[in-house]
Design a protein around this ligand. Sequence first.
Ligand code: GLU
Length: 306
Amino acid sequence: MRPYGKIGANSVHGVSVTASFITRFAPSPTGYLHLGHAYSALCAFDAARAAGGRFLLRIEDIDRTRCKPAFEAAIFEDLAWLGLEWETPVPRQSDRFDAYDAALAQLRARHLVYRCFKTRKEVADKVARAPHFSADGPEGPQYIGAPLDGAEENKLLEKGAAYAWRLSLARAREALGGDFSELTFHEEGRGAKGETGAIKATPEIFGDPVIARKDFGTSYHLSSVVDDAAQGVTHILRGEDLFAATHLHRLLQALLGLPTPRYRHHHLITDQNGKRFAKRDQSVTLRALRDGGASPADIRRRVGLA
Ligand code: GLU
């Protein structure tokens, strides 16, 4: 079932393709691609080639304040220079807010989400005061809240107060019944702690996660789960820093009736001090390396894929 639209026709040059291996690279245009991105993109591209499958791109630009068209253009240029080929048109998440709204509406209709008007600081303070809440979930505090009562909520709404939508773990548990504790995903690579094989999903590590942010009405989690389904992705290859997020993605798939891809998380490429690259490390951007005379083969060698 894919209730949120399907992206792209399954045909290449008019020939229908029914690949059983469809993967994607989903960068955010918030800076220039660096060696870490090159590794991730090449892993996915090589895996699709090896499986006789399809390699897709997706531009993850829901955060309009941090994403820049110039970085998007640079992504295409850098990936083409690396030797990657992908199907077009490339979906851009900023064009797909309707699909995320539809998914959120489904969760709202089933009372699986509630409005949260709290600021980050209020959430952190509340967690600090509640010994049973942990402050170190994958995204910080494992906050668990509840909907406000109707009158209080209406007052805030009338005032135009901003709110996020949080997924209620308790409601999700109720909605899925016994299936909640049976949720698993298959890890063909490794998580940051070496997790591999059949993994039991433990979305409770997030507390009640924000799945639609105050500032842009969706979240990385909701939009990427909806889009992986819409693009028919069967295998997700990405960095092990996103392994923890998979626990929540698996729950969202179950609640939204979406298929569960297989996962292949990979290690992160680090510098000689073992520090992972960040977008601010200008010296390892693909354009800086290219300007310095590196070839695509040099990049492959540097990330250990030669
Ligand atoms: N847009 C994310 C990033 O640039 C990747 C998300 C994913 O692969 O699921 O880190």
